[in-house]
Design a protein around this ligand. Structure first.
Ligand code: FES
Length: 154
């Protein structure tokens, strides 16, 4: 299976080193869209670590997903500076436009909507990341524009 060989390549790249656990998980998550229970078990076995430890490291990092993600992943900053800059209205606009609550993926698998902590762009809050791109000074209208621009079908 293609996913298996990709994971093999990632493990080889880092020489099955325990010290590279976070990098391995991050790369595996990026490659497959998430780290499946099977991939997690393989990583644990190859690095000689308990699965519970690998799972808890994977759960800690927001860039590592343990659930299948949509084609585009939105990470909206929920910290105070963005919140007071109008984050609440933008949060609601995201949920309304996509028709899913935070933490969920749309039924067409196009979008996953996640909340995150500060991404270091507080001066232009409210802020969100869509895939690797940061969008600031968000308003409900601007959110709809960005989603149409990225997805083309919202
Ligand atoms: S608080 Fe939102 S980017 Fe810093």
């Amino acid at each position: 299976m293609a996913e298996d060989s990709t994971l093999e390549q990632i493990l080889e790249k880092y020489g099955n080193e325990r010290e590279a656990l976070v990098e391995i998980l991050r790369d595996a998550s990026q490659a497959a869209g998430y780290v499946s229970p099977e991939a997690l078990a393989t990583i644990a076995q190859r690095l000689g670590l308990p699965q519970s430890q690998v799972h808890s490291v994977a759960s800690f990092y927001s860039l590592i997903s343990l659930k299948p993600m949509g084609k585009h992943v939105i990470r909206f900053c929920q910290d105070a500076p963005c919140h007071v800059a109008g984050g609440r209205e933008v949060w609601e606009a995201l949920e309304q436009t996509l028709g899913v609550p935070f933490g969920a993926t749309t039924s067409d698998k196009q979008w996953t909507l996640l909340a995150t902590s500060c991404i270091g762009a507080c001066s232009v809050g409210p802020v969100m990341m869509v895939d690797d791109e940061i969008y600031g000074n968000l308003t409900p209208d601007r959110v709809r524009e960005v989603l149409a621009q990225v997805g083309g079908d919202v």
